[in-house]
Write a new protein. Structure first.
Length: 249
């Protein structure tokens, strides 16, 4: 399987990792301003959410897109910020004190160190967060990360659609006209998290493409983050067929 490698703080590919860049900016904000105001529900106050929307420029969640559907922004209107808040809090890089958010000693030490932030954030966010729980609809949890990463290492070298991954992992959907939820599950639990930490990029040309038609490719950061043996390519294909066989009942 793929084995992870610690990323250097001087790795240029980190500049295209949305969650890591956003984490740097949030920690730098706290270094300068000391606190971020919280609502009674312990979410970031609107003033900071507006600042984050402008400063993060998160792909797919740019400021202008967010304000197209909202006159004001709450934290839940900006899901990447909501996820980042959760991750930094769980990793104890920030803490809540009454109705303010503050840096911890660990957060202060990692501010300005993008590689160290990636090495902390990416494994936790990818492999320990229950991404199924963040879905608006109830869905089964997809936990076989070694399978997904090995398959993507091969299939996403030149770009692969969510629909193609669905077929490789679970076979073709039933021909009946019922809505197929599996591509959405793969997107929510595998593809989007990998995009958010900068290991995949969404290269879909149409903004209105269906989830199954969206196309993803490995970023330069992927090769920096994983060791790989060419023999794994064959293993990944066999693993996909074995997974389909074992879950076909």
């Amino acid at each position: 399987m793929l084995h992870s490698i610690a990323i250097s703080n001087h790795e240029p590919a980190l500049a295209d990792a949305p969650m890591i860049c956003a984490a740097q900016k949030l920690l730098a904000f706290l270094l300068e301003h000391e606190t971020i105001g919280l609502t009674q529900g312990k979410a970031f106050q609107r003033k900071f959410v507006h600042w984050a929307a402008a400063e993060f420029a998160w792909p797919g969640w740019e400021e202008e897109k967010l304000f197209c559907v909202n006159k004001v922004l709450n934290e839940y209107d900006f899901p990447p910020l909501e996820a980042l808040h959760f991750v930094l809090l769980k990793l104890k890089l920030i803490r809540h004190e009454k109705l303010t958010c503050r840096l911890t000693k660990a957060g202060r030490a990692l501010a300005g160190s993008p590689g160290d932030l990636f090495n902390e954030i990416a494994p936790f966010y990818l492999f320990q967060v229950d991404h199924a729980a963040w879905s608006r609809l109830s869905e089964s949890r997809l936990d076989d990360w070694s399978l997904y990463l090995n398959l993507l290492h091969v299939q996403a070298a030149r770009g692969v659609t969510c629909g193609a991954l669905r077929e490789a992992l679970f076979g073709r959907p039933e021909p009946a006209g019922s809505y197929d939820r599996v591509p959405g599950m793969i997107w929510n639990q595998v593809l989007r998290p990998l995009c958010w930490v900068g290991l995949l990029a969404d290269i879909t040309t149409s903004e209105h493409a269906h989830i199954e038609d969206r196309r993803y490719i490995k970023t330069p950061l992927w090769a920096k983050a994983f060791e790989y043996s060419p023999s794994v390519a064959e293993v990944s294909v066999l693993a996909a067929h074995r997974f389909r066989r074992d879950h076909s009942a």
